[in-house]
Structures are given as structure tokens and as C-alpha cells.
Design a binder for this molecule. Structure first.
Ligand SMILES: Nc1ncnc2c1ncn2[C@@H]1O[C@H](COP(=O)(O)OP(=O)(O)OP(=O)(O)O)[C@@H](O)[C@H]1O
Length: 457
């Protein structure tokens, strides 16, 4: 022991240079040595510590917990995190030193201040939590912002499209919306505009297929006074010019006549245009979105649509799948339109789950528009509050007979076909006499079959 005391007294000034704390206790836990770093960690003079038992210092609250008793108890190296009375946090390691007989002679303790690392870690964790929360909130807000516009997108395909729209909408990139009639190209074009940087500007839709060729040019590009006979004296601003600072939506773009395709290409490339009969170049700063339900790529291949214009418009293509490929959306539309129609007409019509089933499995060639019109007709024309599949018109009600071979007898299959035919004809004509006449059976047989099949679920 005296050798150790000798070493300490000889080298203590060297250990005082150490950033780390250095403490030695005897085999009972009484402190023999502490270097200057202890003053920074505990806020007391080194002299105050020397000669005290480590548990006593712990009781005084100078640090907590004490590591030396743990090393003495477990007779091995122990590392813990310690809090001190002046708010420091340290990582402390206590190493027992054994004598020749296996008794613990000394405990050598080393401690490093990790308050800053620990504070930084805590701050980093808080910041990470905050970033996570903000990004979740941002996603919800983004979703809501588009959903506010009434866009229904429950299916995976539509969710992916909405994610893409959220990404591209704030940029000014040119988008081409592709898809069958009534899939929602117009709705999505408006949605893109409403979350774009140009949302304060106008949204100008041009139906390239609806305006007759000769009129289209002056509608699109406007004209100067006296540009042609019959032109207004004041001249006219075209739709392209009106879209300045906003979005120009070229609906049915595949129907644009070839000569106007050239002029449109100039608008996109040069970002400027000229009125009919004009000589002045007019700057046009508009985001361009186009849409078509035609196979425009084949049209390009057949030289019916300019390839250069196609590539300018087709920068971000978004293909909207037909309704038959996204039954989750059909279900959501039924709920959405059902609620809207009931409120609008002040009625309370419900669809039986089986009716919803039939509608979800229907093909809907006219897509959302057809479904919307169909529901309006259905809710207004059926008297009963709960609409069952029998109330559905023939074209929707007509089920395809799906016969898994070996699972049903011929009689069962024939009876299902008969049921469909009888009920369909009965629904159309509403009388057993007419059913009999249409199907070439007696009125009694017709009546019996109608009653039988009407009663069956
Ligand atoms: N995702 C949707 N959410 C809400 N309503 C929709 C959605 N998709 C379509 N609709 C509704 O369906 C109808 C047809 O949509 P829209 O006019 O956008 O289709 P379109 O693809 O532009 O059709 P077309 O090719 O015939 O011009 C509109 O009444 C629209 O409100």
C-alpha cells in the first residue's frame, strides 16, 4: 500500500492533466486518491473526497450511483453511467486490483464526462422525433389538400397515382393524363393545378375535340383587330394567353388538328405565341397538362400526331386505370355519390350489400361518369328505401353464369339460367302475361316461375 501511496504522490501532478477522472480507493471503498478532473465532475475540492468512504459520498448526493461498491461486490470490472450533484453525466469504470492472496487491495476508477454527448444524443432524438412528426403531418396535409378537391383514391393504383401527383404537382413539369373516358383525367388535372405553385393563377381547360377546326385557332391563340372578316374590332385574347401564370389543360389533345399542333409546339418550346393576324410575340408562362383517351402512341406511329409535340407533352405520363381494375374505388364511389345524392335530393336510399356486390363487379365501360349517372338514376327511380339486386336494371343485373365444372348438376345450372331470364323479362314487362308471350310459355307457368324465383333469395 505504501508503494502505491508513493507512486501517487510522485505522479499525481501528471494525472491532474488528464481530462478523464481518475480515482483510487482501498479494498474497503475509502478514497485514497482523486485527480483534478473530480472537481469538474462533482463541484467539490479533491481534499474533500480523500479519506471518505464512497457510500458516504453517494449518501451525500455527490454522485449516484456509486460504482466502487459494485466492483467490490462482484469482484470484477464494472461500468455504469453516473449522475453528479452538479448535473454532469459520466461513464465510470471501476477495476478491482487483487493482492497475492486474492483479496481486493485497491479499486481503480476511471470516469469520462459524457454530459454533452448525452445532451446531444437527447437533442438528436428529440429532433428526429420532431422531423418524423412533421413529415407525417406534411403527408396528411398533402393528402388532405388533394382529397379536399373531392378526389377519391382508395385503390392501390390510385394511391400510387396520387403519390406521383404530389411529387410532380409543385414542379412545373408537363403532365399527360391517359385513360379511358370518364376515369377522372379532368379531376386529376384540376387536382394538380390546385396543389401547384401556379394555383393562384387561372386553370384554363380547352377541349381540343369539341371546337370545330376553323374556330379552334382563334379560340386558342386569339386574334388582332381586323385579322379576318367577321373578327371583332377590338380583337380577342385566346385561351392560351389567358392561361398565363396558371395551368393550360389541353383535353382530348389527340384531336388537335396537325396545323395547330405546330403552333402549340412553338408555345411549349419558345414559351411565347402570336395572335392570329398579329406580329407581336406574346410571352406565355403556363404549366401544360394534356389528356387523351385515344391511343396517342399509335397515332404518332401513324403520323396522325406530331412526334415532337408528343414528346414535349409526354414528359410525365400518368395512366389512369379503368374502374373495372380498381373495385375498391367503385365501393368508395358508391358511398361517396350515395351520400351526396341522398343529401342533395333529401332522400334516404340505401343499397343492399348484395346490390353493392353486383355494382362492384360490373364493368362500367363509361367508368366514373357512368357509375355516377347510374346511381343518380337508381336512387331517384326506385321507390323502396333499401335497394336490392332485383331492382337493378337488366344491363347491370345480368350476371354471367359461372359454372365450375363438377360442382353443380345440369338441373341446377339450367335453373339458374332460367331464374335470370324469367326475372329479367318480368322486370322489363312487369306482367306474367307478357313474360309468357315473350318466352313462349303458358301464363300459368310464367306466374309459377315468377313467384318461385321472386321468393328465393
Ligand atoms: N377520382 C375521382 N374522384 C372523384 N370524382 C371523380 C374521380 N374520377 C372521376 N370522377 C368524376 O367522374 C366524372 C368523370 O370524370 P372526368 O371528367 O374527370 O373524366 P375524364 O377522364 O376527363 O373523361 P373524358 O375522357 O370523357 O373527358 C366527373 O363527374 C368526376 O367528378
Amino acid at each position: 500500500m505504501s508503494i502505491i501511496k508513493d507512486i501517487i504522490s510522485r505522479y499525481n501532478h501528471i494525472l491532474d492533466f488528464s481530462f478523464d477522472e481518475f480515482v483510487i480507493s482501498d479494498g474497503e471503498g475509502v478514497l485514497l486518491y482523486a485527480n483534478a478532473a473530480c472537481e469538474r465532475h462533482y463541484g467539490v475540492k479533491v481534499e474533500y473526497l480523500i479519506g471518505k468512504h464512497t457510500s458516504e459520498l453517494e449518501r451525500e448526493g455527490i454522485y449516484h450511483p456509486a460504482v466502487i461498491p459494485l466492483a467490490l461486490k462482484e469482484r470484477r470490472k464494472v461500468t455504469i453511467i453516473q449522475d453528479t450533484q452538479i448535473g454532469r453525466k459520466t461513464i465510470v469504470t471501476a477495476n478491482p486490483v487483487f493482492d497475492d492472496t486474492g483479496n481486493i487491495e485497491l479499486v481503480v476508477v476511471n470516469a469520462r464526462d459524457i454530459s454533452e454527448v448525452s445532451d446531444l444524443k437527447e437533442k438528436l432524438e428529440q429532433t428526429q422525433q420532431l422531423v418524423k412528426r412533421y413529415s407525417e403531418e406534411l403527408n396528411v396535409l398533402r393528402r388532405e389538400q388533394i382529397e379536399v378537391e373531392g378526389i377519391i383514391a382508395k385503390s392501390k393504383q390510385m394511391q400510387e397515382i396520387m403519390d406521383l401527383i404530389r411529387k410532380v404537382a409543385p414542379t412545373s413539369s408537363t403532365v399527360m393524363l391517359l385513360g379511358e373516358t370518364g376515369v377522372g383525367k379532368d379531376v386529376l388535372a384540376r387536382g394538380i393545378h390546385k396543389v401547384s405553385k401556379k394555383k393562384q393563377g387561372p386553370f384554363i381547360r380547352i377541349n381540343c375535340g369539341a371546337i370545330p377546326g376553323p374556330l379552334l385557332e382563334s379560340e386558342l391563340f386569339g386574334y388582332e383587330a381586323g385579322a379576318f372578316s367577321g373578327a371583332k374590332k377590338t380583337g380577342k385574347i385566346g385561351l392560351v394567353e389567358l392561361a398565363n401564370g396558371g395551368t393550360l389543360f389541353l383535353d382530348e389533345v389527340a384531336d388537335l388538328p396537325i396545323d395547330l399542333q405546330v403552333k402549340l409546339l412553338q408555345v411549349i418550346q419558345e414559351r411565347e405565341m402570336m395572335r392570329v393576324g398579329g406580329t407581336k410575340h406574346i410571352k406565355v408562362d403556363a404549366r401544360i397538362i394534356s389528356a387523351t383517351n385515344k391511343d396517342i402512341e399509335t397515332m404518332v406511329h401513324d403520323n396522325l400526331f406530331r412526334e415532337d409535340l408528343f414528346y414535349r407533352l409526354h414528359v410525365i405520363p400518368i395512366r389512369i386505370p379503368p374502374l373495372r381494375q380498381r373495385p375498391e374505388d367503385v365501393f368508395a364511389f358508391i358511398q361517396h355519390f350515395g351520400h351526396r345524392l341522398n343529401t342533395f335530393y333529401n332522400i334516404n336510399k340505401q343499397l343492399h350489400p348484395q346490390t353493392i356486390d353486383v355494382l362492384v363487379n360490373h364493368d362500367w365501360p363509361g367508368n366514373v361518369r357512368e357509375l355516377e349517372n347510374f346511381l343518380e338514376r337508381l336512387l331517384l327511380t326506385v321507390d323502396r328505401e333499401m335497394i336490392t339486386p332485383e331492382e337493378l336494371p337488366d344491363n347491370v343485373f345480368r350476371k354471367k353464369v359461372n359454372v365450375p365444372v363438377g360442382q353443380r348438376t345440369l338441373n341446377e345450372i339450367l335453373s339458374e339460367v332460367e331464374r335470370e331470364v324469367v326475372l329479367r323479362v318480368y322486370k322489363r314487362f312487369g306482367s306474367s302475361y307478357k313474360v309468357a308471350r315473350e318466352l313462349g310459355i303458358s301464363q300459368r307457368t310464367a306466374l309459377r316461375k315468377i313467384n318461385k324465383y321472386m321468393e328465393e333469395p
